[in-house]
Design a protein around this ligand. Structure first.
Ligand SMILES: NC(=O)C1=CN([C@@H]2O[C@H](COP(=O)(O)OP(=O)(O)OC[C@H]3O[C@@H](n4cnc5c(N)ncnc54)[C@H](O)[C@@H]3O)[C@@H](O)[C@H]2O)[C@@H](O)CC1
Ligand SMILES: [K+]
Length: 476
């Protein structure tokens, strides 16, 4: 599991740890880890040209001490102070190690192999200051590898929001714990590859994080495993209410996802029975209505449904329900709040915006807010799709960010596959939060495996690759 903690939590944990340690020890741990990461990125340190962008806080201090370590190993290190103040002891350490200070960032950046962004860390507020903007752009435009210290300067550490300009890094070396902003778009994109340096903060951080991202072993633990005594009904039957005369393909894709999600059987209900059977003869089909179709352990309703009926009927059932696409249209919080069984909503940003009554851009800029707000209003588990899909639960458990997304997933029908898959996991008995986050993980991984050769993927490819993703996750 990758755990993330908010700034407030990090500060409290740091203070508790610092009280047990000699003065400055924590910063030295951070600087040592940062310098080691830089060495591995550089390969050859001796003779490398390193530029430090140094703000006025401790983030700048980490950067200066790491620069001193690199200078002692033979790198040519130039510090460019950008704040009103500079960490004096760090600067003295850099100078003592042979590093220099320049007030011409552009000259230094033009020749750099590595740039360390130490402008702001968890103390940063708002985007980059105007004077730092051209410097951050020059760093991005140079041939150097750009490494953000703790987090890319200018992002919001707690929310992943980016108001104004932020520095775009190739990699981020973060200290003690992940910060939520490193997991959530749009900020996540600015961070590049994130590496965590252990500074001993685990001893004082709360065990329940503010946010988390599943890894292979976490997903493997969640996925259902059939027992010798399992029959198809005990493994769970998932009902799929999807497709219409206009969109029969959505039914096929939702069923494709559902068949790969671990339920013992998939029951399709709707007008696209012929199309579904032609592709997947193992599907149980029924023309509807859902309550006449036979017992299921979970319903998926909405993909390609158009104006076909079925949503109200499944909401009236006493089993878990996943609503997606047309199932979310005009959905009222009351229709969901009154249910005794769990409900899982899986909107993309546009659908989330419609449910919240805001513009789509609003959702995209404030994704954490949007997923929490939907959860609160509907009293349901919500999976907000996007390049970092978020899953929030009404019981207040840490929000999960999915780490396996890929832009290739922005393709027609991929959401239909996801809803079928997540519904299947619901029918197999997973709690809504686990079903949603395991489905997002497998779905993203399948797309990555399919597009491993950097080729576009189709929703059908993603569905067909789900078994490979499942085995990839469970055979670690
Ligand atoms: N407290 C500690 O012992 C440790 C702190 N660590 C480092 O310390 C950082 C936090 O240090 P600070 O609390 O000093 O905060 P920062 O270094 O993040 O920045 C705070 C300073 O930046 C200024 N500032 C705020 N927003 C700005 C903006 N948008 N543009 C320019 N300047 C801005 C503030 O006026 C303040 O002087 C962490 O991110 C981490 O890098 C690590 O060394 C681990 C140990
Ligand atoms: K930084």
């Amino acid at each position: 599991m990758r755990n993330a903690h908010r700034v407030e939590t990090v500060r409290a944990a740091e203070a508790a740890l610092m009280a047990r340690l000699p003065e400055g020890a924590l910063m030295q741990r951070a600087a040592a880890g940062l310098a080691a990461a830089c060495c591995s990125l550089l390969g050859r340190v001796y003779g490398a040209r390193v530029v430090l962008l140094v703000g006025s806080g401790d983030n700048g201090g980490d950067t200066l001490y790491a620069g001193a370590r690199l200078a002692r190993r033979g790198a040519g290190v130039t510090a460019v102070p950008l704040g009103a103040r500079v960490h004096e002891a760090g600067l003295a350490a850099l100078r003592a190690a042979g590093g220099r200070v320049s007030d011409d960032p552009f000259e230094a950046l033009a020749a750099a192999d590595l740039v360390l962004d130490g402008i702001t860390g968890i103390g940063g507020r708002g985007g980059l200051r105007p004077e730092a903007v051209p410097v951050a752009r020059a760093a991005r435009g140079s041939d150097a590898v750009v490494v953000a210290v703790d987090l890319p300067s200018g992002i919001d550490a707690d929310t992943g929001e980016v108001s104004g300009e932020a520095l775009r890094a190739d990699a981020t070396v973060t200290f003690g714990t992940y910060k939520p902003g490193l997991l959530i778009d749009p900020a996540r994109e600015y961070a590049g590859a994130v590496r965590l340096v252990d500074i001993g903060l685990g001893a004082t951080l709360p065990s329940v994080p503010d946010m988390e991202a599943l890894q292979h072993e976490d997903v493997a633990r969640l996925l259902p495993v059939p027992f010798a005594s399992s029959d198809k009904y005990r493994r769970g039957v998932v009902g799929v209410v999807a497709g219409s005369a206009r969109y029969p393909g959505a039914a096929v894709l939702a069923v494709a996802g559902a068949l790969r999600g671990g339920a013992g059987a998939v029951r399709y209900v709707g007008p696209a029975t012929d199309a579904v059977l032609a592709r997947f003869p193992e599907t149980l089909v029924h023309p509807g209505p859902p309550e006449k179709a036979g017992r299921v352990q979970a319903w998926v309703a909405g993909p390609g449904l158009g104006d076909e009926p079925g949503v109200a009927e499944v909401l009236a059932s006493d089993v878990p329900v996943l609503l997606d696409a047309d199932g979310l249209r005009d959905l009222s919080p009351e229709a969901v709040r009154g249910r005794a069984a769990p409900t899982l909503l899986t909107p993309h940003a546009g659908e989330a915006a419609a449910l919240l009554g805001v513009e789509r851009a609003e959702v995209e800029a404030h994704r954490l807010w949007a997923v929490r707000e939907l959860t609160a209003r509907f009293g349901a588990t919500v999976l907000l799709k996007g390049s970092t899909t978020l899953v929030a639960d009404p019981d207040g458990a840490p929000v999960r960010a999915n780490p396996t997304g890929t832009p290739w997933l922005a393709t027609a029908g991929s959401g239909d596959v996801l809803s079928g898959l997540a519904g299947s996991l619901l029918a197999a008995g997973l709690p809504a939060r686990d079903a949603a986050s395991a489905a997002a993980y497998l779905h993203g991984l399948a797309a990555r495996l399919t597009s491993a050769t950097a080729t576009p993927v189709t929703a059908t490819d993603v569905a067909a690759t789900l078994p490979r993703a499942w085995s990839d996750v469970t055979t670690v």
